[in-house]
Design a protein around this ligand. Structure first.
Ligand SMILES: Cc1cc2nc3c(=O)[nH]c(=O)nc-3n(C[C@H](O)[C@H](O)[C@H](O)COP(=O)(O)OP(=O)(O)OC[C@H]3O[C@@H](n4cnc5c(N)ncnc54)[C@H](O)[C@@H]3O)c2cc1C
Length: 393
């Protein structure tokens, strides 16, 4: 069998498999190589094992990149409804959760099977357990592998991000991009829990989850907030982590659907003798209220609601609705869902994902500096960028 191909896709994850299937359907001879023995490990653990495979509302506005417009073209040409149609064609049952997020009813395995079926139907060969030694370019590309050299006119970098190294994540794509003269923006963990100063005493709250509105800079998200033994996590935290840089403040509103000023002023007007902390504990876990009110000057939480001054009410409101904290850091790639940063979009065509200065070299998916919000956006980028490259190969 000849080891010469029209295109070799390095990385058989979401973007790589989808790109290969798209190109295969167009008659290209495509080989996918992956160092993992088992294909799609990150897909299998995604969405808590149910794979949040797209988001109905995905647009370029849901992505972080040095160039916020880069993703626009690919996302416009391969839309969430296109992938939903494919899911339906494969008869995969799915359901919608909050904010337009679509999940498999049973298992993420169905999405891996969909991708492998699409590849098989398009005549794509997928080889696993293949270590990549390097890629050279002299006319065409030669990919050096543990199974011998492979030749192709085109090479697609689809090795994903650095998060959860146990799934087989490596920086090979970033290194190969640099080797061919492409720039790579700084890489940091994204969609990741924060660590906080143990002195804040949040460890005692470990296990408590509340609906909260978190803001960092100009971005704010209202979703679940979970206290952990080392800091804070949950969807609202993961979302703002994509916009956080070390040293930046995060503002937390623990009562996003309640006006604490109104609540306390109402209890005061009603002449309630209940302690202010007790009034607030009707809306929030008691331990959390206590933690937030501990140390406030003049201990307003211990006062009967009827005796609160306006200054007391303002202090109580601020403690719960305008809590600012500076995370000490993040839980890093071990716990991150994605990598922020990647191959610099200035060096890629937004139409085809082809490198501007190295014709024949393409980069797709998470290895590129396009990072989605939490909620199915990262897979939609994998499909859309994979499709754009697959149509151009
Ligand atoms: C815990 C978790 C949950 C997630 N849940 C969701 C979700 O529900 N919805 C969503 O949209 N996104 C989710 N994501 C993010 C999503 O999984 C990724 O953004 C997406 O998989 C990126 O696709 P990709 O093809 O670029 O990379 P990947 O899917 O990671 O594929 C990269 C492939 O390259 C291979 N590779 C890497 N290095 C090498 C090498 N040196 N040699 C050969 N092959 C290599 C890997 O083995 C892998 O198969 C989640 C991520 C994590 C970690």
């Amino acid at each position: 069998m000849s080891d010469t191909w029209d295109a070799i896709v390095i990385g058989g994850g979401a973007a790589g498999l989808f790109c290969a299937a798209t190109a295969g359907r167009r008659g290209r001879r495509v080989l996918v190589v992956d160092h993992a023995e088992k294909i799609g490990r990150k897909i299998l653990i995604s969405g808590g094992g149910r794979c949040n495979f797209t988001n109905r509302g995905a647009t370029h506005a849901n992505y972080v990149s040095a160039n916020p417009h880069f993703a626009r073209s690919a996302l416009a040409r391969y839309r969430p409804e296109d992938f939903i149609a494919l899911v339906e064609k494969h008869r995969i049952p799915y359901h919608e959760r909050r904010h337009g997020q679509l999940f498999c009813d049973d298992s993420a395995k169905r999405i891996v099977a969909l991708l492998l079926d699409e590849c098989a139907g398009a005549g794509v060969e997928v080889r696993t357990g293949v270590r990549i030694a390097g890629v050279d370019h002299a006319g065409g590309f030669t990919v050096g592998t543990s199974h011998g050299p492979l030749q192709a006119d085109r090479v697609v970098l689809a090795t994903g991000g650095l998060s959860v190294p146990t799934t087989g994540a490596t920086d090979l794509g970033h290194r190969l991009a640099r080797r061919f003269g492409l720039r790579v923006t700084p890489l940091v963990p994204g969609l990741v829990p924060f660590t906080t100063d143990p002195g804040l005493g949040l460890g005692d709250l470990s296990g408590i989850a509340v609906d909260a509105r978190l803001a960092c800079g100009r971005m704010a998200f209202q979703e679940n907030l979970l206290f952990t033994h080392s800091g804070i996590s949950g969807p609202s935290v993961l979302q703002v982590s994509n916009f956080w840089d070390p040293g930046a403040e995060v503002t937390v509103d623990l009562l996003p659907d309640v006006d604490a000023t109104e609540l306390l002023a109402g209890a005061r007007a009603g002449g309630s003798r209940a302690q202010a902390a007790t009034v607030l504990a009707e809306r929030l876990p008691k331990r959390l209220v206590q933690q937030r009110l501990t140390g406030l000057p003049r201990d307003p939480g211990a006062r009967p609601a009827a005796d609160l001054s306006n200054a007391d009410i303002a202090a109580l409101r601020d403690a719960l609705q305008a809590w600012t904290l500076v995370p000490t850091g993040t839980e890093g790639y071990r716990k991150a869902e994605v990598t922020r940063g990647g191959i610099d979009t200035r060096d890629l065509s937004s139409q085809t994902m082809e490198a501007r200065t190295m014709p024949g070299l393409f980069a797709i998916g998470e290895v590129v500096d396009v990072t989605g919000w939490l909620g199915g956006y990262n897979f939609q980028w994998a499909w859309a960028s994979g499709h754009a490259a697959g149509m151009a190969l």
